[in-house]
Design a protein. Structure first.
Length: 88
């Protein structure tokens, strides 16, 4: 069995329009292992939406961090301000 699932929604990957919340919530409700979302993050609100609307255990992104569009410390503070648990 799997200990964790990293679900990359390929049709959202790199487009920066947000995560596929419906698909992620469906997978989250169907499995008992942690689910990490990937593909779609384009702004701070996309991360908040991910955690507030799906029950997902973690989120990852690449281009918004590599480009400097979203600095990791600022994202962590943004989420923390919304009472979303983050690792410091």
């Amino acid at each position: 069995g799997a200990g964790e699932i990293v679900l990359n929604c390929m049709n959202n990957d790199g487009v920066k329009r947000g995560y596929d919340l419906q698909q992620l919530a469906l997978v989250r409700s169907a499995v008992s292992v942690p689910v990490i979302a990937s593909g779609g993050a384009g702004d701070y609100a996309h991360f908040a939406d991910l955690f507030e609307h799906t029950g997902i255990d973690g989120g990852l992104a690449a281009s918004v961090f590599h480009s400097g569009q979203i600095p990791v410390p600022k994202l962590k503070q943004y989420l923390k301000d919304r009472n979303i648990e983050v690792r410091i």
